[in-house]
Design a protein around this ligand. Structure first.
Ligand code: DON
Length: 313
C-alpha cells in the first residue's frame, strides 16, 4: 500500500482522517461500552471521532471529534506529568515503570512487591500519583482540570458529577487498592479523600480536540501551549516511554506492535497518542475490547501510522 504524503505546512491531516473514518465506518464489530460504571454503559458504541493537533495548535478532526466524552484513565498521563514536574525523580521511589502484564485494576502484584505499584497507569499506580499530587497541591483534581482547560483553550471543561458518583458507588476495588497500599505506608492522604480526588479526576469530560491539544506538551518535549516549560526534555521522554510500554495495560505490546506510538487509553473509549516533535492524536469510540481499550480507536491509530508512516519507529 502507498504511504500518504506526510502533511507539510501547506497540506493538512484532513484527508487521512476522512479516509480512516470512512474505513472505520464500514468495519463491523466495535466491542462493548464499559458497564462496570453504570453511567458509562449508556454510550453508543458506534460513536467515532478522531483529532490530530499540530505543535502550533492547529487541529484537524473527523466524526464526533468535538463531542465531550468521559476521559477516565487518559487523565493518568496528565497527573503523572503534573506530579513529576513538582517532585522529580523521588516519585519513582513510590511507583515503578515496568509493564504489569495484568488488568488495569489488578491487585495481585501489589503484595509481592510491597505496595509499590508496577507503573503509574494501572489503577494502583495512578492512585499513588494522585495521592502525591494531592499532598503537593491540596487539590489534585482541581489542578488537573485547570491544566486541561489551559492547554485545550476550553474553559468549559468540567467534572461529570454523575460519573464520579457512579464510580464512587462501585469503587470497592479502587478502595481496596488504596487501603492495601496505605498499609505499606505508600499513601499519605486519608483513603476516602484520595478516592474522591481520583474519581473526580477520571470523571472529567473532554473531546478529541481538547485532549489532542492538551497532550501537545508531550510532542513539544515538555513545553506547554503558552510556551512555558512543564517538564524537562528528559522527563517528557520518560512519560512518552512509560506510555509506550504501559499505556494500554496488558495490551501494551500489541498496541506498540500495531500503532508504534506512545498512547494511553481510558474505559470511556478514548485514546491519546504522541508523535514526538510532530503532532498529537486523540481518538474516541466507546466500544471496548476485553482489555479495556477502544476497538475502533486502536484500529484508527493503527491505520493512521500505516497510512502516514509517522511513528516512533
Ligand atoms: O479506576 C477506574 O476503574 C476508572 N475510573 C478508570 C479506569 C480506566 O479508564 C482504565 N482504563 N482503561
Amino acid at each position: 500500500m502507498a504511504i500518504m504524503r506526510v502533511p507539510s505546512s501547506t497540506q493538512t491531516f484532513q484527508p487521512v482522517l476522512e479516509r480512516i473514518a470512512d474505513e472505520i465506518g464500514r468495519t463491523p464489530g466495535r466491542g462493548r461500552a464499559a458497564d462496570y460504571i453504570p453511567a458509562l454503559a449508556a454510550c453508543d458504541p458506534r460513536s467515532f471521532g478522531m483529532a490530530v493537533a499540530e505543535l502550533d495548535g492547529t487541529v484537524y478532526g473527523v466524526g464526533d471529534w468535538r463531542e465531550p466524552f468521559s476521559t477516565q484513565s487518559i487523565t493518568k498521563v496528565f497527573t503523572l506529568a503534573l506530579d513529576l514536574a513538582r517532585e522529580g525523580d523521588e516519585l519513582w521511589e513510590h511507583v515503578g515503570r515496568e509493564p504489569s502484564g495484568n488488568p488495569f485494576n489488578s491487585l495481585v502484584q501489589l503484595e509481592y512487591e510491597n505496595g509499590i505499584p508496577r507503573n503509574p497507569f494501572i489503577n494502583a499506580g495512578a492512585l499513588v500519583v494522585t495521592d502525591r499530587l494531592q499532598t503537593r497541591t491540596g487539590d489534585a483534581a482541581g489542578e488537573l482540570l485547570a491544566f486541561l482547560r489551559a492547554e485545550s483553550g476550553e474553559p468549559s471543561l468540567d467534572f461529570d458529577h454523575e460519573i464520579a458518583a457512579s464510580e464512587s458507588a462501585h469503587g470497592d476495588r479502587n478502595a481496596a487498592l488504596a487501603h492495601f497500599m496505605a498499609s505499606y505506608g505508600n499513601i499519605d492522604n486519608p483513603v476516602p479523600d484520595l478516592l474522591d480526588q481520583y474519581f473526580r479526576q477520571c470523571s472529567i469530560r473532554a473531546s478529541c480536540a481538547d485532549l489532542a491539544l492538551a497532550t501537545g506538551f508531550l510532542a513539544r518535549h515538555g513545553v506547554r501551549a503558552d510556551g512555558s516549560r512543564l517538564l524537562t526534555r528528559s522527563q517528557a521522554k520518560q512519560v512518552n516511554a512509560v506510555m509506550l510500554t504501559c499505556g494500554t495495560y496488558d495490551a501494551a505490546g500489541d498496541f506498540a506492535y500495531r500503532v508504534g506510538l506512545p498512547g494511553k487509553s481510558g474505559v470511556g473509549g478514548g485514546i491519546i497518542a504522541v508523535v514526538p516533535g510532530r503532532c498529537t492524536l486523540c481518538v474516541w469510540s466507546p466500544g471496548l475490547d476485553e482489555r479495556g481499550n477502544s476497538v475502533a480507536g486502536v484500529a484508527a491509530l493503527d491505520r493512521f501510522t500505516t497510512l502516514t508512516g509517522l511513528s516512533v519507529f
